[in-house]
Design a protein around this ligand. Structure first.
Ligand SMILES: CC(=O)SCCNC(=O)CCNC(=O)[C@H](O)C(C)(C)COP(=O)(O)OP(=O)(O)OC[C@H]1O[C@@H](n2cnc3c(N)ncnc32)[C@H](O)[C@@H]1OP(=O)(O)O
Ligand SMILES: N[C@@H](CCO)C(=O)O
Length: 381
């Protein structure tokens, strides 16, 4: 989990500090009543910024992270690379020399924003008492951050996967506050299969004996096994079958014998070792309760909720220039979902494709393929 650079004392109105690009700060955005019940007396959002806000405030870009992402999109003045390092930065597609870029850790997360591991007023972790969060809750709170930063209208709101869901929902809820919207590898409504895959992941965590109903923070053991299992399943869905076959095939991990017993133990195929590695990496950087909260937020994702229909919700995007993009081999957010979204827009749009053999994660590894399209359609100044 990311450490916070600012201290509790500095939490308050959001600030823009020159020369501190890519450094985590926190803003208190107030008490909040969640869509499906539950209340937090104070929500803090951790956020980072890059670049300089113009006098007219017209060059602000909001970047939304995916499920296990965070506010650290680009290195800036920090010591660590961001998760969209080749897409957001000086001279890049989202050019931090021209645009003022903002990214916030989503409420419920574990990278600086208020989440289940945060302490309540009595100093106890929220744990199982943390409210059910929706994507709509996420964007309502992020819009409060925009107000604190003095941003009345974003030049662009952009995201992939759950970040795409958040970007889309932001524009549906606040269409007059978004000039351009970029939705990558995402959807307007989580599908039955996406909900099903997510349910297996949440069950893996809940069935871990160390989950303790979500109140494990003061215990010695944490539900690492369940979180690791959830990540294994998720990661398979992030990569294509063809990539896994080409990259790993049936090869054994170096020094291991996967078929049969060898000195009493079964070894692993390379692909198993790869999944173990991905699981361990996530367990070391993420909180299981946050994984649950954010996964369930994504399960709840449905821009139509609160509107007469899916199409009616999307008519709200009439004033917004919408760009929809998909990864050609995505088997989690199928290109067909992006096609459906683009076709349902008031002014239907073509879907722009990232051609990548790896599947869903192509929105992270190959986003720069969208550079010509986005420079023409969104960042044309
Ligand atoms: C907005 C957001 O989504 S932010 C969150 C993004 N980041 C993450 O999700 C972190 C988890 N990682 C990923 O999702 C992906 O790895 C990506 C998309 C970030 C990067 O994809 P790629 O560059 O294609 O990385 P890839 O999936 O090949 O993983 C490489 C890792 O697997 C390891 N690996 C490869 N083969 C094996 C093997 N046989 N056994 C063990 N480990 C292996 C590599 O050593 C490398 O390790 P490292 O990441 O610790 O350096
Ligand atoms: N690697 C991404 C995939 C989900 O879109 C994440 O963990 O957030």
């Amino acid at each position: 989990m990311t450490s916070i650079v600012t201290t509790k004392d500095t939490v308050g109105a959001a600030t823009i500090t020159e020369g501190e690009h890519g450094i985590l700060r926190r803003a208190a955005v107030g008490a909040y009543d969640f869509e499906f019940g539950g209340h937090l007396p104070q929500v803090e959002l951790a956020y980072e910024t890059w670049g300089t806000l113009n006098a007219d405030g017209g060059n602000a870009v909001l970047v939304m992270h995916a499920l296990t992402g965070d506010a650290h999109v680009s290195q800036g003045d920090s010591q660590t690379a961001g998760w969209w390092e080749d897409f957001v930065g000086p001279g890049l597609t989202v050019d931090t020399e021209k645009y003022f870029v903002v990214a916030a850790n989503m409420v419920g997360g574990c990278n600086g924003s208020t989440g289940p591991s945060s302490l309540d007023e009595s100093g106890t972790p929220w744990g199982s008492r943390f409210p059910f969060v929706t994507i709509k809750d996420s964007v309502r709170l992020e819009q409060r951050l925009a107000q604190q930063l003095g941003i009345d209208r974003w030049h662009a709101v952009i995201g992939g996967s759950m970040g795409g869901a958040r970007a889309l929902e932001y524009a549906v809820q606040f269409p007059d506050e978004v000039a351009n919207l970029v939705v990558m590898a995402s959807t307007g409504q989580s599908s039955a299969e996406q909900i099903a895959l997510a349910q297996v992941q949440t069950q893996a965590i809940r069935l871990d004996p160390h989950f303790a109903g979500g109140d494990y923070y003061l215990n010695q053991a944490r539900p690492d096994a369940g979180l690791g299992l959830a990540r294994r399943l998720a990661h398979i869905s992030y990569r294509s079958e063809a990539e896994l076959e080409t990259r790993f095939g049936r090869r054994a991990q170096d020094g291991e014998v996967p078929d049969g017993r060898f000195h009493g133990a079964r070894g692993r195929y390379q692909v198993e070792s790869y999944l173990d590695h991905q699981a361990n990496k996530l367990v070391n950087r993420f909180d299981a309760n946050s994984y649950l909260v954010l996964t369930e937020a994504l399960m709840s994702h449905d821009v139509a909720r609160g509107h007469e229909s899916y199409e009616a919700a999307l008519t709200r995007l009439a004033p917004v220039n919408v760009v929809v993009a998909a990864v050609s081999t995505d088997r989690l957010y199928f290109p067909e979902q992006s096609e459906r979204l683009a076709a349902a827009l008031v002014r239907s749009k073509p879907v722009h494709y990232i051609q990548s053999p790896i599947g869903h994660d192509g929105f992270l590894t190959d986003a720069k393929q969208l550079d010509p399209v986005l420079r023409t359609l969104v960042f044309d100044d």
